[in-house]
Design a protein around this ligand. Structure first.
Ligand code: AMP
Ligand code: MN
Ligand code: MN
Ligand code: MN
Length: 317
């Protein structure tokens, strides 16, 4: 970090003024390019999970939006990785392999992003297969719950939106309920039908934190806590998440993501520093029709943090 200029501040000061500058303890040195000034987008989804674009269309869109380093991170699945790697190469864009693993921790679903792993690693691919198992039964139970409030045929309806039947998710149900006119947009479906206590919500036990982090790190990747502001943890539970994550070998946390407000990004920049974790940046883009934040359009990482790509230099393709 010696001599690192805090060029990210230019962006952060616009959005945040004083708050962002708080993190810039080092003097700003003009014309020194920080490693943080990189249009990396290390979180998005394709039709292989619950996105609506193919890996090739995502690569093209990322390139058009100026992304320099890209990762496709489909939920619980690495089936799109070889296509994404080839598509990135065809676009002249650097690439890191990716996935986003569903984990159950302290009774909540937590997402752990993996970056830069070997996508053919046997333990990782088996672990992901096990994590996907049970989605079909869960989806049928969700459909039963929705039928009880008068919404018929939701399982079959959701299936029409699924690219990969093993990955049927709440997002596909949300698209079906929008298509059938029950709600105007997917966020309304989640609010009214698909979150805890609502008729289409079915609790599910995903992978353990230890397993998810171990699969990623043993496949030579880096594990990243995804969008930490999204979880409803008490401060003690959140502290336990971060400390256990590190114990298992986790090295990074998403700071700048499409799921965070500016204030949340500032908060988790501080958390990353407190825990000595590297920082990641990713839009969590799913669809041109649904996602608020497009690929490659987020602010850069705050200047003083170690970007996760610094840990993955030899894994970038
Ligand atoms: P699942 O893995 O089946 O529980 O589905 C989780 C997915 O639902 C996430 O990856 C998001 O894409 C989507 N999701 C979760 N909460 C919301 C929300 N409030 N609004 C829109 N999409 C959501
Ligand atoms: Mn999703
Ligand atoms: Mn997520
Ligand atoms: Mn995601």
């Amino acid at each position: 970090m010696n001599g690192r200029a805090c060029d990210g501040c230019a962006f952060w000061s616009k959005a945040l003024s004083f708050d962002a500058l708080r993190f810039c303890k080092k003097p700003r040195i003009k014309n020194v390019i920080s490693k943080n000034i990189l249009n990396a987008d290390l979180h998005c989804h394709s039709i292989v999970s619950d996105g609506t674009l193919t890996p090739e269309a995502l690569a093209e869109r990322a390139k058009l939006n100026g992304v320099e380093l890209w990762a496709l991170t489909d939920h619980d699945e690495v089936g799109g990785q070889h296509r994404a790697t080839a598509a990135a190469k065809a676009q002249g864009m650097r690439y890191l392999t990716g996935t986003e693993i569903s984990v159950t921790f302290a009774g909540e679903t937590v997402h752990i992003v993996g970056l830069g792993f070997d996508p053919d690693d046997a333990a990782l691919t088996q672990g992901l297969r096990d994590t996907r198992g049970g989605r079909r039964e869960r989806a049928m139970e969700m459909s039963d719950g929705l039928a009880k409030v008068g919404i018929q045929g939701a399982y079959e309806g959701a299936l029409k939106f699924v690219g990969n039947p093993e990955l049927i998710s709440r997002t596909h149900f949300a698209r079906f309920l929008v298509e059938s006119g029950v709600c105007k947009e997917t966020s309304e479906v989640f609010r009214k039908y698909l979150t805890e206590g609502k008729p289409g919500y079915v609790p599910h036990r995903w992978a353990s934190l230890k397993n998810a982090v171990t699969w990623i790190t043993q496949a030579h990747g880096v594990a990243v806590i995804a969008h930490p502001a999204r979880y409803k943890f008490t401060p003690n539970e959140e502290y336990a998440l971060f400390t256990e994550f590190k114990t298992h070998g986790g090295l990074a946390v998403e700071v700048v993501t499409g799921s965070h407000t500016v204030q949340e990004a500032v908060k988790y920049a501080e958390t990353a520093r407190e825990h000595g974790l590297a920082a990641s940046r990713g839009s969590d883009f799913h669809s041109p029709d649904e996602s608020r934040i497009d690929l490659g359009t987020l602010p850069f990482l705050p200047g003083e943090l170690t970007p996760v790509w610094e840990l993955l230099e030899d894994r970038i393709q």
